[in-house]
Design a protein around this ligand. Structure first.
Ligand SMILES: Nc1ncnc2c1ncn2[C@@H]1O[C@H](COP(=O)(O)OP(=O)(O)O)[C@@H](O)[C@H]1O
Ligand SMILES: [Mg+2]
Length: 264
């Protein structure tokens, strides 16, 4: 049974209680990370079960609810939001002992015209793609994170920042699902940071760093669309670049209020 709902991975199928999909450039890291999570008894992630005779990665299927599109009404629940933050914290804590393994990471040269990347000392391999489609809920509580394709060396600030884009959300209200249009993103960002246990130093830099990174992500998305095509090109054609631009404008207008909500 083909699995839809994500944006990017083509050829993902459910076979019984497994999910099978193509190996990608980040698979070695992802599979090592999933093996590590299994070895430390972390249940909130799929198990990596090996590669099948068609060369597809085999992961365990995690039963539960996912907030696909259209978004379910519960997407705006604060209890759900808090549970996502707690799950993310426990994932990141479970990844600490894995360290930053000596696995070659995909290095793409920066596309032309992009503002230079800022580098932070990375603490652990973070998930870095905590979209509503990538969280499995059970009994109203976030139970597992799936889709580790973007996992990479991370800081806690980067991990929370990425999740807030989707879960606060940090976007122009015109770009939000209608169930998230009228929520208070300042309050929700604060609730998330508190439930995650983000420290004061990380809170101080998060919003300014996001504003900076928004510019980079516009360039990176355009580059991926050109270079990789497929789902990336589809998203670009559907206007994801404009959504990112409007997020930047929203941050210009509301970033200070957001930063204050995180620290005060
Ligand atoms: N291990 C899994 N357990 C349960 N559902 C899954 C699993 N992997 C994928 N799915 C379902 O398939 C969808 C797309 O998978 P995902 O790995 O997120 O692909 P994409 O890279 O396209 O986002 C998910 O949103 C989820 O509904
Ligand atoms: Mg996904």
């Amino acid at each position: 049974m083909p699995l839809l709902g994500g944006d990017v991975t083509e050829g993902l199928v459910r076979v019984g209680d497994t999910v099978r999909g193509p190996l990608g450039s980040n698979s070695a890291l992802v599979h090592a990370a999933l093996d590590h999570l299994e070895s430390v008894g972390f249940v909130g992630a799929p198990r990596f079960l090996g590669v099948d005779d068609q060369g597809r990665a085999v992961l365990s299927y995690v039963d539960g609810e996912v907030a696909g599109r259209p978004r379910p009404d519960w997407i705006a629940d604060e209890g759900r939001l808090i549970s996502v933050a707690r799950l993310l914290r426990s994932l990141d804590d479970a990844m600490i002992d894995f360290g930053i393994p000596d696995i070659e990471l995909e290095q793409n040269p920066d596309p032309e015209g992009i503002p230079p990347a800022r580098s932070y000392p990375s603490d652990f391999i973070g998930h870095r793609d905590v979209t509503p489609e990538n969280v499995i809920f059970r009994d109203g509580v976030a139970y597992a994170l799936i889709d580790f394709d973007l996992a990479r060396p991370s800081t806690r600030m980067q991990e929370v920042q990425g999740a807030l884009v989707y879960w606060a959300p940090i976007s122009d209200p015109a770009d939000r699902d209608r169930r998230l249009r009228d929520v208070d993103p300042f309050r929700r960002a604060r609730l998330f940071a508190d439930a995650y246990g983000l420290d004061a130093a990380d809170r101080t830099v998060l919003v300014e760093d996001l504003r900076y990174g928004t510019e980079r992500s516009w360039h990176l998305m355009r580059d991926r669309a050109r270079r990789l095509g497929g789902g990336w090109a589809r998203m670009w054609d559907e206007g994801v670049g404009d959504v990112i631009r409007r997020r930047g404008a929203w941050l210009d207008e509301h970033g200070e209020e957001l930063a204050t909500a995180l620290v005060s």
